[in-house]
Design a binder for this molecule. Sequence first.
Ligand SMILES: [Zn+2]
Length: 207
Amino acid sequence: MPSFNSHLCVSAVGSAVLVAYGEAAYGLGHTTSALAFIAGVAGGALPDLDSDVSTPLRFSGLLGGMAAAAAVVGFGSSDAPWFERPWPPVSVALAALAAFLLFNALVVTVIRKSTVHRGLFHSLPVPFLYAGLFAMLVASQGRRTVVAVWVLAAAGVLTHLVMDAAKDLSLKPLKLASSDIGASTRLWMATALVNLFALVRPLLPLG
Ligand SMILES: [Zn+2]
């Protein structure tokens, strides 16, 4: 498979071109351009979450561990009657370290167990599921941002799938479903629902 860096390079260049076009043609503005660019670049790395040794997988583990440690620090150092807080700094540090190690391992294990490399994470609903989820996250930023982020997010993941397909001279990464028909159906249903929420509501002038 193409390396993590080549996926990131291609999705970064592609996203920069699309954002520049969006800025020139529609005047996207700084916030929208930045959000759309991030959605595109991250999308280029996303499908390899299913690889047992991938950088995105390790990164997700680190992020999970850091979030847990931050939550423990916030909990332990706040002044509250129960659990005898605030805790002494050494206890806070030890508890944060334990939370980091535990959640880092937990996130990596759960993702590893629930994915097969080049399985459903490398299939055609994924760009649209990811685009819909990212569009939902930025719904408060208005219609223009929702559309720009959706387009860049989907394009970012598509560059990944197309690169994998081109490298292997195989259409397998661009498949519609895997042999697990149940999981494939659920994935398409989730994709449809997420996009219904993400797009139809903000884009239809209902309110
Ligand atoms: Zn891949």
